[in-house]
Write a protein that binds this ligand. Structure first.
Ligand code: SF4
Length: 307
């Protein structure tokens, strides 16, 4: 579905020290993070995402380490055995991005990493890519959970067809900290405001919506003055993280056990159908622009079938 990484050649490798590096009898402890620079042939990859023609993933792996991250499947393509969030490959590419190829198309950053993960501060790969794209005649969308994007605000202001999405799925900082290592929710909301005030098209990407936990109405109420568009995506549970998320929910909110069983074991979509109606009604009442990606997987399959 996404970019494979078979072509990559490692050009430098180290165990990062920012996670309390410790070597005990030659064994790297779990707290370490494997950091390596690799060569890639082209930053552009054709996309199967419903709303984009190309994706750019400047990194493989992601230090935000979201517990629900579907991108951990990338481990299969890269040979990484470390836990998701414990490795980062920094992609170096000599080939310039073809502006001709993306003319009139849409480009999404990023689908299997956060292009503003913590290593962007050190390597600036995303910034170098944006410098190439600044005059590109295409729709560029950046999605992130990090306020590091504000570093590049002057560059972003020069891009004429740009959307910047900040991902927010809760107002509860404890829940956020349990789920991801991105910026705090308050900082993300502040970043949306700063971007909006700078004239940039802002998106609040409410993803993933956790049934009965995500305070969707409050999030909209808190942010609506600074948000040009909302995107909604439901929590999908599959693969190796399904049981760990369900186990977390059972411990955090034992009262939700039955509801989650109905949604994720019985595959009953009633909750999502009702929530989609409520979201649509609320956004329509407030005159807000929004896109519902609840059926994202279905859309991806349809796009694949049409190729
Ligand atoms: S920020 Fe995105 S790519 Fe990174 S771990 Fe979270 S969901 Fe995965």
């Amino acid at each position: 579905m996404f970019s494979g990484s078979q072509e990559q050649q490692v050009i430098s490798f180290c165990v990062s020290s920012d996670c309390n590096k410790k070597l005990t009898g030659g064994v790297i402890q779990q707290m370490d993070l494997i950091e390596q620079e690799i060569i890639t042939k082209d930053y552009l990859t054709k996309s199967n995402l419903p709303a984009s023609d190309y994706v750019i993933n400047p990194y493989v792996g992601c230090t935000h380490a979201c517990k629900y991250c579907y991108a951990r499947f990338m481990k299969r393509f890269t040979g990484h055995r470390e836990e998701w969030g414990k490795f980062i490959d920094i992609k170096q590419c000599e080939k310039p991005i073809s502006l001709k190829r993306i003319k009139g198309k849409s480009v999404f950053m990023s689908s299997v990493t956060d292009c503003y993960n913590s290593y962007e501060e050190k390597y600036g790969i995303t910034r170098k890519i944006l410098e190439q794209l600044v005059n590109a005649d295409c729709q560029i969308t950046i999605s992130t959970k990090s306020t590091l994007i504000l570093r590049d605000i002057e560059l972003l202001k020069r891009m004429s067809n740009l959307k910047v999405a900040l991902s927010i799925n809760t107002l509860d900082e404890d829940f956020r900290a349990d789920m991801d290592n991105g910026s705090s929710i308050e900082d993300r909301l502040e970043a949306i405001k700063i971007l909006h005030n700078a004239g940039i098209h802002t998106v609040l990407f409410m993803s993933p919506i956790f049934p009965y936990i995500t305070e969707w109405k409050e999030i909209i109420d808190r942010s609506k003055e600074d948000v040009c568009e909302y995107w909604f995506e439901n929590l999908n549970l599959r693969g190796e993280y399904k049981s760990s998320i369900l186990s977390y929910i059972n411990t955090r909110d034992p009262d939700l056990k039955e509801q989650y069983r109905t949604i994720y074991s019985e595959k009953d979509n009633t909750y999502w159908e009702m929530l989609a109606d409520s979201l649509n009604t609320y956004c329509d009442e407030l005159g807000l622009d929004y896109v519902n990606y609840f059926y994202h997987e279905k859309l991806v399959k349809e796009k694949l079938n049409n190729h």
